[in-house]
Design a protein around this ligand. Sequence first.
Ligand code: FES
Length: 138
Amino acid sequence: MLYSEKVLDHFSNPRNVGEIENADGVGEIGNAKCGDIMKMYLKIDNGIITDAKFKTFGCGAAVATSSMATELIKGKPIEDALKLTNDAVVEALDGLPAVKIHCSVLAEQAVRSALSDYYTRQGIDPLPIVGEIKEPEE
Ligand code: FES
């Protein structure tokens, strides 16, 4: 089987799909090569991510990784979300085929993009904290 049970589960039954009205941070990231787009909404209270929702116009792996990414950061401090790597998302999903790893990068960068927006709204320069948001290159 090419995809793990967890990937299939998060693809057919994605968690936290949708938008958050009055989100504290909204991020969007796309991959020019495959054309997939991911949007991430975060609600942040006292440094804790109290809610996370996403919308993904993309492949199954992009849906599954964004679903898992929101699950991994919900209820966690911003610091944890900043450390969320695509590897951690892939691991939580019990792996992804090599050709689909770039989809998990989209999820990682969507979270960072939303955090970047959060800091910008607070009047804080996000660059030293979040770093540059990179569009996946594969
Ligand atoms: Fe584009 Fe998966 S093929 S994100």
